[in-house]
Design a protein around this ligand. Structure first.
Ligand code: DGL
Length: 263
């Protein structure tokens, strides 16, 4: 394995770019390939078998491109498939899970909210983590049904989105939560809208920075850090019309391009 080989990142769609942003900020010398399987989004409404099948397909593609480490930038794929991926392939995998532990440790009201996909909330990995850290804590879980589809359709700023967010977040406010865990990598793009609904007294937690720090530690551990300082390459690949991925990355695309592939 060669240090200049890229880090591979995949998600069901464009949401994992929130993780890519954290990766390039913590690891500015790494090359990356981002794969958005938007054709099959949302994963959260699919069966565990389908999520595993898509995760294997995404991994195979990134390995064919020579990736030295894979980030599963999707809570749904991590909670349903990462153990299988780790057993099947030799490269290191980094996953992302809802940050229940920090929310449970810091809550003062003993009440926390978790917004995630059905696929994540119904996984055994999520139940295990939740059982371990939330004894005596009131946990209000809401499936964000419909949210990912709106984001994938470029409808972040829409009335439909505001309605969905109010529907899922208001019951949490009634339960006096003081921490809200965003358990889906698409959701950080909604933070300004979420803040308008929940106000400034609720701490919003997502796992993006923790994933980047963990990636840093694992690259260090396996001596895989890119120590050359030449221009970095970041490739973005999607299997549907690339405009939505282009839009979400419009602030960084001056230097990088988006390719559409049949996948
Ligand atoms: N970004 C994915 C996650 O973190 C979205 C899942 C979906 O496609 O429903 O769970």
């Amino acid at each position: 394995m060669n240090n200049i080989q890229p880090i591979g990142i995949f998600d069901s769609g464009i949401g994992g770019t929130s993780i890519w942003r954290e990766i390039v900020s913590v690891l500015p010398y790494e090359n990356t390939i981002y794969l958005a399987d938007s054709k099959n989004a949302p994963y959260g409404e699919k069966s565990p078998d389908s999520i595993i099948e898509y995760s294997i397909k995404n991994t195979e593609y990134l390995l064919q491109q020579g990736c030295k480490l894979i980030i599963v930038a999707c809570n749904t794929a991590t909670t349903n498939a990462i153990e299988i991926l780790r057993n099947k392939y030799e490269v290191p995998f980094i996953g992302i899970e809802p940050a229940i532990k920090p929310a449970a440790l810091k809550t003062l009201t003993q009440s926390i909210g978790i917004l995630a996909t059905k696929g994540t909330l119904s996984s055994s990995l999520f139940s295990k983590t939740s059982d371990e850290f939330t004894t005596d804590i009131n946990v209000i879980e809401k499936e964000g049904k419909g949210i990912v589809a709106l984001i994938e359709n470029g409808m972040i700023q829409s009335e439909e989105m505001t309605e969905l967010l109010c529907k899922y977040l208001n019951p949490m406010l009634q339960e006096n939560i003081d921490h809200l865990v965003l358990g889906c990598t698409h959701y950080p793009y909604l933070i300004p809208q979420i803040k308008k609904i929940v106000g400034n007294n609720i701490t919003i937690i997502d796992s993006g920075l923790a994933v980047a720090k963990q990636t840093d530690a694992i690259l260090e551990k396996y001596k895989l850090k890119n120590d050359t300082f030449q221009n970095k390459s970041h490739q973005f690949i999607t299997n549907v019309n690339p405009n939505v991925l282009k839009n979400i990355l419009s602030d960084v695309l001056i230097k990088h391009s988006v390719a559409e592939i049949a996948f």
